[in-house]
Design a protein around this ligand. Structure first.
Ligand SMILES: [Zn+2]
Length: 472
C-alpha cells in the first residue's frame, strides 16, 4: 500500500458502533508528539483566532460552489471580459494554479474526493457508473434511484455529514448526493439535483443561501452544471464557454453583493472549485473500434473514455488477451487488469473496481461493440496527469490571503481546509495540511503546537518543583 492511499486507523481511534469507520475526539488528536506525513494527513487542523473570531462576533461560515467540468484555464481564457464577480472574490482570496482531480477524472469520484478528502479507493465512488457485486446493483449517473442507496456513499464522510454530526447546519442546492442518508445523517436542507440547474434555479439557491446564513447556517453548497454540459457538447475551446464564465461571474457578483447587504461578507468564506477539466475531442477522427467479443463479457460500462469490463466467469484471461491484441493493432489505449492499475491513481483497492479497465490516450475515444456512438466535442475521464484534466480552485474570506496565488493542489486537500474554516474535527482523510496552510494569513497548526508545548512545559515545571520539594 503506498503512502496515503487509505487512511490508517490508529488504535486510540474508536470504531463506530455500527459502521466500518473510526472517529476520534479532538482531545485524542491533540498532543500526539512528532507527526509523520501520514499522521499529519489525519490531523484535522483547528481554526486560529483570525478565522473564528471575526469583527462582528459571528461564527465562520462557508459557501462552496462546485462548477462541474470548469477547466483550470477557463478563467484565463475569459480575461478580456469584465469579470466583476470573480474579481471581488479574487481581491479577497487565493487562486491555485490548478486543482489535480483524483482518478477516474469523472464527476462522482471527484465530487466525493473534494468533499471527503479521500481517494476513490477509500471513499468507494469509483466511477459515474458502478457495479456493486455485494448488493448486485448498478449506480448510474443521473437521477436514478440506485444512487440514493447509502452503501454507495457510506465509505466516505462528506463535509455536510461531518458538520451535521458536530452540530452545524448545512443547506445544499442541487449538490449530487445531498438527498442521500449517509452514515445515518442528512444535511438540514437539500434541494435535490433534478437535471441541469438553470440560471433562475441558481439565483434561487443564492437567495436561499444568504437567507440561511443570516439564520445561523454554517455551511452552504451550490452545484452548477452548465460548464460541464456545454464543454461536452461544444468542446472546451468553444466561445460558448466564455458565456458560461460570464453567467458564473454574474452569479458570483449577486452572491457577493447579497452577503455584503446582509452584513455577512466579513464572516463568510467562499470556495469555488471544479471536479475535473475537459479535453477537446474529434469524434470523427480519433475513434478506436475495440471490437472485442462481447459474448465473453458479463457486463460493461461503455463510457467512451474510462471503460469498465466484467468478463464472464473464468473468462478474464481470454478477454484480457483479446483486448491486448486489439491494443497492439489499434494503439492509443491501455488495458489494465485491476491489480495492475497504477498506484498513483489510488483506485485499485476497492471491491467495486472492474476486473478490466480500458483507458484511451488523450483525445481518443473507445467504441465498444453495440455501445452508443459518442458525438461530443469534449470529454473527461483521461489520466489525471493530462493537462486538460486540471480543474479550478479559488478560496476567499477572513483568514485567507488577499490577491494571492498558490501552487497546484489535489482534490483530496480541500476537506481539511473546509473543516478548519468551520472549526470542526475532520474525519480521517488523505490530505496533507502543509499543502494548503500557505493560503491562510496565519500559519495554522500553531494553535496545536502552542497548546502541546505549553502543556509539556507545565508538566516539566510541575515535576521539577515536586522533585525539589521532596528531595531537597
Ligand atoms: Zn462531464
Amino acid at each position: 500500500m503506498i503512502n496515503g492511499a487509505i487512511p490508517l486507523y490508529p488504535k486510540r481511534w474508536t470504531r463506530h458502533p455500527t459502521r466500518q469507520f473510526y472517529y476520534a475526539t479532538r482531545r485524542e488528536m491533540l498532543c500526539k508528539g512528532p507527526l509523520g506525513v501520514r499522521d499529519q494527513a489525519m490531523l484535522p487542523e483547528r481554526s486560529t483566532n483570525n478565522i473564528t473570531q471575526q469583527g462582528d462576533g459571528r461564527n465562520p461560515a462557508l459557501v462552496t460552489i462546485l462548477l462541474d467540468g470548469y477547466r483550470y484555464d477557463y478563467l484565463e481564457k475569459a480575461k478580456e471580459l469584465d469579470l466583476t464577480g470573480f474579481g471581488a472574490i479574487l481581491d479577497n482570496g487565493v487562486k491555485a494554479d490548478y486543482l489535480i482531480p483524483t482518478y477516474p477524472t469523472e464527476s462522482y469520484p471527484n465530487y466525493y474526493s473534494l468533499m471527503t478528502g479521500l481517494y476513490c479507493e477509500s471513499h468507494g465512488m469509483i466511477g459515474n457508473y458502478m457495479y456493486d457485486e455485494i448488493h448486485n446493483t448498478s449506480f448510474l449517473i443521473g437521477t436514478n434511484p440506485e444512487q440514493n442507496a447509502s452503501y454507495f456513499w457510506d465509505d466516505g464522510d462528506p463535509l455536510w455529514i461531518t458538520a451535521k454530526r458536530q452540530g452545524l447546519k448545512s443547506v445544499m442546492h442541487y449538490w449530487p448526493g445531498c438527498e442521500v442518508e449517509i452514515r445515518g445523517l442528512r444535511p438540514d436542507y437539500c434541494a435535490p439535483y433534478n437535471g441541469v440547474p438553470n440560471k433562475t434555479m441558481m439565483e434561487i439557491a443564492i437567495d436561499r443561501t444568504v437567507e440561511e446564513l443570516s439564520n445561523g447556517v454554517a455551511y452552504a453548497g451550490i452545484y452548477y452544471e452548465a460548464s460541464d454540459k456545454k464543454g461536452h457538447i461544444y468542446g472546451p475551446d468553444s466561445p460558448v464557454i466564455l458565456n458560461v464564465t460570464r453567467e458564473v461571474d454574474d452569479l458570483l457578483l449577486q452572491l457577493h453583493n447579497k452577503l455584503e447587504d446582509n452584513n455577512l461578507i466579513d464572516s463568510t468564506n467562499i470556495m469555488i472549485f471544479s471536479d475535473h477539466g475537459m479535453v477537446a475531442i474529434d469524434p470523427l477522427q480519433r475513434v478506436l473500434n475495440v471490437s472485442v467479443n462481447m459474448e465473453n463479457i458479463e457486463r460493461s460500462f461503455k463510457s467512451s473514455i474510462y471503460s469498465q469490463i466484467w468478463p464472464k466467469e473464468n473468462m478474464t484471461s481470454k478477454v484480457y488477451d483479446e483486448l491486448i491484441a486489439l491494443k497492439d493493432t489499434l494503439g492509443h489505449f491501455n488495458v489494465y487488469l485491476k491489480a495492475d492499475l497504477p498506484e498513483r491513481w489510488h483506485l485499485k483497492n476497492h471491491y467495486r473496481v472492474a476486473p478490466i479497465v480500458l483507458l484511451p490516450d488523450e483525445g481518443y475515444i473507445i467504441q465498444l461493440p453495440d455501445a452508443k456512438v459518442n458525438t461530443n466535442l469534449g470529454g473527461h475521464g483521461y489520466d489525471n496527469n493530462v493537462r486538460d484534466m486540471r480543474a479550478t480552485f479559488i478560496i476567499s474570506g477572513p483568514g485567507v490571503k488577499k490577491k494571492s496565488t498558490h501552487k497546484a493542489i489535489s482534490a483530496v486537500e480541500l476537506y481539511q481546509l473546509m473543516c478548519h474554516i468551520l472549526n470542526i474535527d475532520a474525519s480521517p482523510h488523505n490530505g496533507t495540511w502543509a499543502n494548503v496552510k500557505g493560503m491562510l494569513t496565519q500559519a495554522s497548526g500553531a494553535h496545536t503546537f502552542l497548546f502541546c508545548n505549553t502543556m509539556t512545559l507545565t508538566m516539566i515545571i510541575w515535576t521539577t518543583m515536586e522533585f525539589l520539594y521532596h528531595y531537597l
